[in-house]
Each structure stands twice: as C-alpha cells, then as structure tokens.
Design a binder for this molecule. Structure first.
Ligand SMILES: [Fe+2]
Ligand SMILES: [Fe+2]
Length: 435
C-alpha cells in the first residue's frame, strides 16, 4: 500500500545516505588511486539513488517531517553508519562489499518483484538502475577487498571477524528486507570497532613518485607554468593531482552530513565524483602518453594544508582553488586546440563546465554552514582568504631537498614529453561515443 511503500523507500533512503557518508569518509585513508576514484563514483551513485528515493517518498504524500528521522528503522540505520568505524581498510571494504551492499541489492530485487510496476512505475525506473549499480559495486568491492587482504595479510582475521560482526548484527535487527521494521534495539557498538578519525595525512598509492609538492611552480614562483609541451604535461599533472580534491570532498561531505540538509550530501557527492573524473582524466592522459607511473609525482600539500583544521577549511580549500584557477581553463583549452592535442582540449573543456558548477556549490554551502553555526554568512570570503594563507604557510615549509628533487623529476618528465607530445594527441576511441 501507498504508505507502506513510502515506509520502505524511506528505509532505503537512510541506508544509502549512511553508505554515502561512510564511504566518503574512507577515501583519504585508502591508498589505491583506483579505489579512491571508484569510491567517489559509488558515493555519487548512492546519493543519486537516495535523492530519487527521497523525492518519491514525498510524491507518495508521506508526512514530510517523518523523513527527518529514521523512526522504526533506527537500529538498521545505526548499523549502516557503524561501518564508518571499521577497524582497518580491508575490514571496511569487506564489511560494505560482502554484507551491506548485498543486503541492499537483495532488498531492491525483492521490492521490484513484489511491488506494482504500474502503480509504482516511477520507483521501478530508478530502482532498477540502482539494482544494476549495486551489482557492479559488489563485484568491485570484492576485488578491492581481496587486493587489500593480499597486501595486508596480517589484517585478514580482524577483517573477516568484522564482516561477521556486521552480518550478525544485520540479522539481529531484521535485515534490510521489504518487511516491517524489526522492533530490535540498536545493540551498541560493534565488537572490534575503532572510532573513525580523519587521517592526518592522506594515504598515497605507492606506484607513484610520492611527494608533498607535485610540481616546481608550487614551491618556486619563478618556475614557469609553461606553454606547448610544458603546458600539456603540467595540465595532466594538475588533473592527476586533483586526488586531493576527492579526499577533501569526502572529508567535508561526511563532516557536515548531520549539520547541513540532505542537499549538501547530494551536492558534495557529485562534487567529489567530478573531482575524481578530473583526476582520472590526468591519469589516463599520462598513461596514454606512455609515462611510467613511478616517475609521476603525486603530492599531498593541499590536503596537508587543511589537515587538523576545522573542516570548514576543507570546503574552503575547494572553493579557493576552484575560483583561483577557473579563469585559466577556457584559454588553455584553446591553446590545446592549436597544438592539435584534442584529448587535453576535450578534458579541459569538460573540466571547466564542472568547475563553474562547483564554484557555485562552494559559495552557497560556505554561507549555509556559517549561518548554521550562527555566524555571518557574508564571512565566506574570510574562509577563502584563510585557506590561501594556510597553503602559503605550508608551502613555506618546503625544504631545499624537496625543491631540488621535484625539479629533477619534472625535468626528466619534460625531456620525455618533448619526444612523445610533439605529434599531438587524439581522444582514444574508448572515450568517445560509438558511431
Ligand atoms: Fe576539479
Ligand atoms: Fe572542482
């Protein structure tokens, strides 16, 4: 019936919402670049599903104030939120991938089978997409979990125990399912849980050349951003190093999930996903040009600059860098066109469209956050200014060794770039629509 349907969709909404928050918070703690990029995409998928669920609940004339609380599903939602306190990376990946995602997949499938595709057609459309996304998420998490266990075999037992603890609790609280909510209480902390803390420094993929400052111009104002091949390379390195924006996006999404309204999570998930696409653009361009991963610098300085600060400066950092760099992008896209580098041009053009939207998100949510804290929303520009100072101060800690090292790495890349980039670079067929 209409209200029971709304009750179930509301349950799914809260499950997806909790998954988004937990997954986002783990992005900086996981080293693998593929996992960071993949998680950003999955939180966006979950946020889109959650948003569609939420809108559908409103359409069903469910009393809207009831969407502000988890109600009878409280114990279940507490469990979905508890994976944020996973004891390790493999434990997190296995707990989500082996227990929570399959539970949601099965519930979506059961819902589709037992609900009316005529009366409830609008739900069927987006839930069938969510179901197919869940299947992909599960198989991807399985691979990530296995890789993480292989690399950290000493964590195996703890991770498997953790997944079992989640499965046991899920059973106690009646599963996700499509039945009435279980009267079970939450049951407190899960055995083996470890309170989540935002990592002080971001985990980095060991395949890259690890550093704090990823290009000489960051630490040396006299080092040119460059033109021609130098600009093509610099731009790809910049895109790859937007990994900081994925991490900071995840941290801020989760930090303000309970302070700001749902639209915050929805926007922040999209924002984080967009940054992951920019990062991947750079990564794939560098790979297409034939560079060796081990010679590509992957830095941490922007994440580090906001580390330990009030998370409003995470939001501020994104806003600061979006608004600082956006004006250069259309001009660079044009230059790439003149070089015959259609791939860089194409990436920069799409990037610009995303960043324009993000600058709007930044201003809007900084103001909302300040207002929610009882402060003057007009002070958003002061947050931006402090971010500029935090970065400047942090860059000031660069050592002579670091500056010399990054120059050596950049010079070697430039020599190689001169050889491979002269001929321009076409968009690979895999990234274009089929004709
Ligand atoms: Fe970006
Ligand atoms: Fe952005």
């Amino acid at each position: 019936m209409r209200l029971d349907t709304a009750q179930l969709l509301k349950r799914f909404f809260f499950c997806e919402r909790s998954l988004v928050v937990s997954e986002a918070s783990w992005i900086p703690a996981i080293a693998s670049l593929d996992v960071k990029i993949g998680l950003a995409r999955f939180i966006w998928q979950s946020a889109e599903t959650a948003d569609a669920l939420r809108n559908r609940v409103f359409e069903l004339r469910f009393p809207s104030r009831l969407l502000e609380e988890q109600g009878a599903d409280n114990a279940l939602i507490q469990l979905f939120s508890a994976v944020k306190d996973s004891p390790s990376v493999p434990a997190f990946l296995i707990g989500v991938g082996k227990v929570l995602l399959p539970a949601l997949r099965d519930s979506y499938r059961a819902y589709m089978e037992s609900s009316d595709s005529i009366a409830d057609g609008p739900t069927h459309r987006f839930l069938s997409l969510a179901l197919s996304e869940k299947k992909e998420q599960i198989s991807t998490f399985e691979k990530w979990g296995n890789d993480a266990l292989e690399q950290n075999s000493e964590l195996r037992e703890g991770a498997l125990n953790w997944a079992q603890a989640i499965a046991n609790r899920l059973l106690e609280v009646g599963g996700v399912g499509v039945g009435p909510a279980s009267p079970a209480a939450g049951g407190g902390r899960l055995p083996g849980s470890k309170t989540y803390v935002v990592p002080e420094r971001p985990a980095r993929d060991p395949r890259f050349w690890a550093c704090r400052f990823y290009w000489p111009d960051v630490v040396d104002p006299n080092y040119p951003y460059g033109e021609g091949v130098q600009l093509q390379l610099r731009s790809a390195i910049s895109h790859l190093n937007e990994v900081w924006a994925i991490e900071v996006g995840g941290v801020m999404l989760s930090a303000f999930a309970d302070v700001l309204p749902w639209e915050w999570i929805h926007n922040a998930a999209r924002w984080t996903y967009d940054e992951s696409r920019h990062c991947r653009m750079g990564y794939e361009r560098l790979m297409a040009w034939g560079f060796d991963i081990a010679e590509i610098p992957l830095g941490t300085y922007i994440y580090d600059s906001a580390s330990g600060e009030d998370p409003i400066y995470c939001l501020g950092m994104l806003f600061f860098f979006e608004t600082k760099n956006i004006k250069h992008k259309p001009a660079r896209a044009k230059l790439f066109h003149t070089y015959g580098d259609t791939l860089s041009e194409h990436d920069m053009d799409f990037d610009w469209a995303d960043e324009t939207m993000h600058a709007g998100y930044g201003k809007h949510w900084l103001k909302e956050l300040l207002a929610a804290r009882g402060e003057d929303p007009a002070a958003y520009d002061q947050v931006r200014e402090r971010c500029e100072k935090l970065v400047r101060d942090y860059v000031g800690t660069a050592t002579g060794h670091e500056v010399a090292d990054i120059k050596k790495v950049a010079d070697a890349l430039l020599v190689k770039a001169e050889q491979v980039l002269k001929v321009g670079s076409d968009i690979p067929p895999a990234r274009l629509p089929a004709r």
